[in-house]
Design a binder for this molecule. Structure first.
Ligand SMILES: Cc1cc2nc3c(=O)[nH]c(=O)nc-3n(C[C@H](O)[C@H](O)[C@H](O)COP(=O)(O)OP(=O)(O)OC[C@H]3O[C@@H](n4cnc5c(N)ncnc54)[C@H](O)[C@@H]3O)c2cc1C
Length: 465
C-alpha cells in the first residue's frame, strides 16, 4: 500500500466494478486518485459474483455435455462432480483475474488504501484513524445478499450466494428462494451437477423483470431439465430438520431439502458509513443521484449497486467511467438504463436489451409491434440441440425498442442487439447487414427450392416490412 495523503483529485470509496473503473479512468485522464477498499479490489463481481458463478455454470455445461455425449456420437461416461476440483478451477480463474487487476492498480498509479472507510466530512474519508480528502468523492460501496424476516442465514443449511460459491460438496437437494437471475443461475448449475432443485418465487414467473415470453421459455426449458419451480407462492416459514430444512410456502405446501439458498435480492452497503450524516440523500438505503450521478452533496458522486437501478457489473463500470469523465470536464453522455444489456447465464441463456413488450406498450401504446422468430429452424441451434427465439419489439415505422433472446450461447448476441437499440436503429437500417453463417445471428436452410433466412437477421428483415 502506498502512503495515503490528502489533496487527491478523486477519492473512491469501494474497489468493486464501479469503484475501480472510476479510479482507472480518472488516472488515465491525469487525475490523482486514492481508492479505498476494505477487502479485495474487484469486489463482488470478481470474488463473489459474475466470475465465479459463470465458472460454476461452465463446469455444469461440461457435465451436461459429458452426459449427453451419446446424442452427438461421443462415447463418454459421466462419473460425477469433484467439487474440490471444480472449486480449484473456479478459484484459478478468479485468482488470475485478481492478479491482473492488482497489476492494473499499480500500472495506473492509483493509490490503494486498504481498510474500511467512513465519511467524516463531505469529501473526507477516515480509514483506520487516517483522514483522506479529495476534491471529489465517489461512493462505490456495493451490495450484500439480503434475507427475509424469520430467515437467519447460518452459512450451512441456510445460505447466500457467497456460501453457495464455496460448497465443498454437491448437495443432494436444494431449495432456491428467489427466481431472479442469481436464483435461476444457481438452480441451473446445481441441476447440471445432479442436485434435485426447487425454486420458490413469490412473483408469478421466473426472471420477473424480463419479457414474459422469455420467462415462459426459461420455465419450459427448466421443466424439461427437471428443475422444479413454484411461482406466485411466497414463502411462509422455514424450519431446520435433521437432514436439512423444511420450507413452507403460501397454501401450506412444504418442501424438504438439504439446504436453502436465499436469493431474494441485494441490498446497498451504505449503513453506518456516515453518508446521511454528511447530507447525502438516501432512500431505503440506496444513494439517490441525478442522471449525472451527482448526489445531493456537491462533488460527491455515487456509482454501482448503491444507486437504484440494475445491479450489474457493466452498469457499474460504465457509471464509474462516466463519473471520472464528468470530474475531468469531458461532459459524457448520460447513460440510458434501458440500453444496458442483461444476460442470465442459465441453460438456456436469456438475454435482453431495451424495453419488454409490456413496457413498450405502456410507453407507446398501439404503435408497438413485435416479431418473434423461433430458433428451431436455425442451423446453429440444430447443431447445438438448443431451442429458443429472438423477439424484436419495435415501433411501427420506428426504431427497435427492445430485443429478447433465449437459447444456449445466445448471450453473446446481445452485444449486437445493444448496438441496434442504443443507435436507435430502424429494422431497415440493419436488416441488410451480413451475419456469419452458421450462427444464431442467421441460419440458412433450403426449403422447397428457395433459401430461407432464419434467426436474428430474419427477424429484422421481417420487421422492416
Ligand atoms: C452471485 C452473483 C452473480 C452475479 N453475476 C453477475 C453477472 O453475471 N453479470 C453482472 O453484470 N453482474 C453480476 N452480478 C452483480 C455484480 O457483481 C454487481 O453489480 C457489481 O459487483 C456491483 O459493483 P459495485 O462496484 O457497485 O459493488 P461491489 O462489487 O460490491 O464492490 C464494492 C466494494 O466496496 C468495498 N467496500 C464496501 N464498504 C466499504 C468501506 N466502508 N470501506 C472500504 N471498502 C468498502 C467492498 O469490499 C467491495 O469490494 C452478480 C452478483 C452476484 C452476487
Amino acid at each position: 500500500m502506498s502512503a495515503p495523503n490528502s489533496g487527491y483529485d478523486v477519492v473512491v470509496l469501494g474497489g468493486g466494478s464501479g469503484g475501480y473503473a472510476a479510479a482507472f479512468r480518472a488516472t488515465e485522464l491525469g487525475l490523482s486518485v486514492a481508492l479505498i477498499e476494505k477487502d479485495k479490489v474487484g469486489g463482488t463481481c470478481l470474488h463473489r459474483g459474475c466470475i465465479p458463478t459463470k465458472a460454476l455454470l461452465h463446469a455444469g455445461e461440461v457435465a451436461d455435455a459429458t452426459r449427453e455425449g451419446e446424442q452427438f456420437g461421443v462415447q463418454a461416461t459421466f462419473n460425477g462432480i469433484d467439487m474440490k476440483a471444480v472449486n480449484a478451477y473456479k478459484d484459478g480463474v478468479v485468482g488470475r483475474l485478481y492478479k491482473g487487476l492488482q497489476g492494473l492498480v499499480k500500472a495506473n498509479k492509483v493509490t490503494l488504501v486498504e481498510g474500511e472507510g467512513r465519511l467524516v466530512g463531505p469529501t473526507t474519508v477516515e480509514v483506520d484513524g487516517q483522514r483522506i480528502t479529495g476534491r471529489n468523492l465517489i461512493l462505490a460501496t456495493g451490495s450484500y445478499a439480503k434475507t427475509l424476516p424469520g430467515l437467519s442465514i447460518d452459512g450451512e443449511r441456510i445460505i447466500t450466494s457467497e456460501h453457495a460459491l464455496n460448497l465443498d460438496h454437491v448437495p443432494a437437494s436444494a431449495v432456491v428462494l428467489g427466481g431472479g437471475v442469481i436464483g435461476c443461475e444457481f438452480a441451473s448449475a446445481w441441476k447440471s451437477f445432479g442436485v434435485d432443485v426447487t425454486i420458490v418465487e413469490a412473483l408469478p414467473r421466473l426472471l420477473p423483470p424480463e419479457d414474459e415470453q422469455s420467462s415462459k421459455a426459461l420455465e419450459r426449458a427448466f421443466r424439461k431439465r427437471g428443475i422444479a419451480f413454484k411461482t406466485g407462492r411466497p414463502y411462509e416459514k422455514v424450519e431446520r430438520t435433521d437432514a436439512g430444512i423444511r420450507l413452507t410456502i403460501q397454501g401450506g405446501e412444504t418442501i424438504e431439502a438439504e439446504l436453502l439458498l436465499v436469493a431474494v435480492g441485494r441490498g446497498p452497503t451504505t449503513a453506518d458509513l456516515g453518508y446521511e450524516q454528511q447530507g447525502v440523500k438516501m432512500e431505503r438505503g440506496f444513494v439517490l443521484t441525478d442522471d449525472r450521478l451527482r448526489t445531493s452533496v456537491p462533488n460527491v458522486y455515487a456509482v454501482g449497486d448503491i444507486v437504484p437501478g440494475l445491479q450489474l457489473a457493466h452498469r457499474g463500470f460504465q457509471q464509474g467511467i462516466f463519473v471520472a469523465e464528468e470530474i475531468a470536464g469531458k461532459n459524457p453522455a448520460v447513460i440510458d438504463e434501458d440500453g444496458i444489456p442483461r444476460i442470465t447465464y442459465t441453460s438456456p441463456e436469456v438475454a435482453s436489451v431495451g424495453l419488454t413488450e409490456a413496457k413498450a406498450k405502456e410507453r407507446y401504446g398501439e404503435r408497438v409491434r413485435t416479431l418473434t422468430y423461433d430458433l428451431t429452424g436455425n442451423g446453429r441451434s440444430q447443431i447445438l440441440k438448443t431451442a429458443g427465439f429472438v423477439k424484436l419489439v419495435s415501433l411501427t415505422d420506428g426504431p427497435v425498442l427492445g430485443v429478447h433472446i433465449v437459447g444456449d450461447r445466445v448471450g453473446e448476441l446481445i452485444a449486437e442487439a445493444q448496438l441496434i437499440y442504443n443507435w436507435e436503429a430502424y429494422p431497415a437500417d440493419v436488416a441488410q447487414l451480413i451475419h456469419p453463417h452458421p450462427t444464431h445471428g442467421i441460419g440458412h436452410h433450403a426449403s422447397a427450392g428457395r433459401e430461407r433466412h432464419r434467426g436474428y437477421r430474419h427477424a429484422l428483415a421481417q420487421a422492416r416490412g
